[in-house]
Design a protein around this ligand. Structure first.
Ligand SMILES: [Fe+2]
Length: 293
């Protein structure tokens, strides 16, 4: 059964976001938390018991360990979750999609990221151009919460499209409530159990809020975009190509999963005797058979 239901999809199309409670099943969540204990030492433990010493985020700005592919297979599998792919593909109307983002985001009361953010749309660092109201250009953004989000634990705030009916989303940031009170006044806080999913778009106003109690929040941003448009996307995956986790993931992934990072698909003219030998030399564990055909 689909985790992202028709009702979620309808809500997304009307309001610009959807919330899927308990998106991850028990096994996916437990597995992800096990991976997180390794990737972010001390974080899961701190979220479970904030009287413990506060952990350190390995660089506040996307250290390699906190960006896909991760040391943990379970976090990688959630990045490529079939439901995330299906819904993003449905939004753009075809399967030629690209995973443009997967990174971890963790914060706790008093940490650098514990900030009352401005109300904003995310397109400033997800496209070189502008996100039009045309599904073929839609980037589908996901935030997976690995820890429970209560009203006190920095819930994401989001405002429905209904409250800013203008076609052009510019400015894409409002720092003060007085600039657009109807957007601030109609925000909804995403309060959810661990393992839940927030789906939003580049045309959706939202903001991070502050902690009101001791505690932490661990989440993962995952975004899919139509593959054809080179002006979309927050990262280039080759930038992470030197990580050991990258080779390991590449070797074990399916051709379809590799394609989600922009890797050449089977039957592409790229594949010649030379490129097959070269890629195979770089990734000795990769089954090259699909590229030989
Ligand atoms: Fe944002």
């Amino acid at each position: 059964m689909s985790k992202i239901t028709e009702a979620h999809a309808a809500h997304y199309r009307e309001h610009g976001y959807a919330v899927v409670d308990n998106f991850l099943d028990e096994e996916e969540l437990t597995g992800a938390l096990d991976d997180l204990r390794e990737v972010l030492p001390g974080w899961v433990e701190y979220c479970e018991d904030p009287t413990r010493p506060a952990p350190v985020f390995p660089s506040q700005s996307r250290a390699p360990t906190t960006v896909f592919p991760y040391r943990g297979d379970r976090l990688n599998a959630i990045t490529m979750h079939p439901e995330l792919r299906r819904f993003a593909a449905e939004n753009v109307g075809h399967n030629d999609i690209y995973c443009e983002q997967s990174h971890l985001h963790a914060k706790y009361r008093g940490s650098d990221l514990d900030r009352d953010q401005a109300m904003h749309c995310d397109f400033a660092n997800h496209t070189l151009a502008y996100p039009p109201d045309l599904p073929e250009y839609w980037q589908t953004a996901y935030l997976v919460y690995y820890t429970e989000v209560t009203a006190e634990l920095a819930p994401t705030a989001v405002c429905s499209w209904r409250h800013y009916p203008e076609k052009i989303r510019w400015p894409g940031v409002y720092r003060r409530r007085e600039e657009r009170p109807e957007i601030f006044d109609n925000e909804r806080r995403i309060i959810v159990p661990a393992g839940s999913l927030f789906i939003y778009s580049m045309r959706t106003f939202h903001r991070g809020t502050t902690f009101k109690a001791d505690g932490g929040r661990i989440a993962q941003f995952i975004t899919y975009a139509p593959a054809a448009w080179k002006w979309l996307g927050i990262v280039g995956w080759s930038a992470h190509g030197v990580k050991p986790e990258f080779r390991r993931w590449m070797e074990r992934a399916t051709p379809a999963e590799r394609e989600l990072l922009g890797f050449p698909p089977p039957k592409h003219p790229y594949w010649t005797e030379e490129t097959i030998a070269g890629v195979s030399a770089r990734y000795p564990g990769m089954d090259m058979a699909p590229y030989r055909g």
